[in-house]
Design a protein around this ligand. Structure first.
Ligand SMILES: *[C@@H]1O[C@H](CO)[C@@H](O)[C@H](O)[C@H]1NC(C)=O
Ligand SMILES: *[C@@H]1O[C@H](CO)[C@@H](O)[C@H](O)[C@H]1NC(C)=O
Length: 240
């Protein structure tokens, strides 16, 4: 709005106007610095680094941050495509009723070092992707089918929540706890882009009550203000 105003009064270069301009410039610089600091993965130093999917650790003489590249002369178009997101995941394989299928350097070797991942998220009728976070990526999700209640919580514990309809998108900022809940009695489907080739995921419930080895009961009793019995029950329900 400020810049609009300035454009409409090009001849009015008062001191105030200058101050506003330098203030705006400073703001842009701070914003750029901020955007730089939340960049998820390091920039690639070559056109591509098609991941070597060789699983033998003995033939791998060194380890890098990501996966080593194959010889660029041996890269093929097929290294840059995958059908892994074409099939729905099995939403009955966990008690929450969701399944996430991810691209990774094994099923899509061409994405290595590009700083991105795609995810297919299938959510059964009334299923839930329980509160979780991605330590290395921001996420934007696009709802292809269904009706979802989504939300994230910021570090001051403020909840940002929205109801999404088909065609809507929603951003989950990097590292913040978020969830996706299917409000309908039919399956939902969304596709997410994440700005890391290895976003990582921590489910809050699992990362507390179903860890290996278990967190001391007294810690969970105090943290959640519940009894020994409650801890045992939650553990059992979550398969911990
Ligand atoms: C997702 O579905 C696949 C099969 O489609 C299954 O092997 C996998 O265990 C499921 N994952 C979860 C977390 O339920
Ligand atoms: C999905 O997972 C459940 C539980 O693990 C299993 O009983 C069922 O056969 C699986 N369905 C498919 C299509 O793989």
């Amino acid at each position: 709005m400020n810049s609009d105003l300035e454009q409409k009064q090009p001849n009015c270069s008062t001191k105030n106007n200058m101050k506003r301009k330098t203030g705006g410039l400073l703001g842009i610089l701070i914003l750029l610095q901020y955007l730089g600091s939340i960049r998820a993965d390091p920039d690639p130093l070559q056109d591509f680094c098609v991941a070597s999917t060789s699983t033998s650790t003995t033939s791998q003489p060194f380890f890098v941050n990501g996966a080593p590249c194959i010889n660029p002369a041996q890269a093929l178009p097929v290294h840059f495509m995958t059908s892994v997101l074409s099939k729905p995941g099995n939403t009955s394989a966990n008690p929450f009723g969701f399944n996430v299928t991810l691209t990774n350097t094994r099923n899509l070797p061409g994405m290595n070092t590009q700083g991105l991942t795609m995810a297919r998220i299938d959510i059964a009728a009334n299923g839930l992707v329980p509160p979780h976070s991605h330590p290395r990526a921001s996420e934007v999700t696009f709802l292809l089918k269904g009706n979802l209640l989504v939300g994230f919580v910021d570090t001051s514990n403020r909840l940002f929540t929205q109801q999404l309809r088909e065609g809507d998108s929603f951003v989950f900022p990097r590292g913040l706890i978020h969830f996706l809940y299917n409000l309908q009695s039919s399956p939902a489907l969304c596709v997410s882009g994440l700005n890391s080739q290895n976003p990582g995921a921590q489910l809050a419930a699992i990362a507390t009550f179903a860890t290996n080895p278990s967190i001391l009961n007294d810690v969970l009793k105090k943290a959640f203000q519940v009894s020994e019995k409650d801890v045992a029950r939650i553990r059992k329900n979550l398969g911990g």
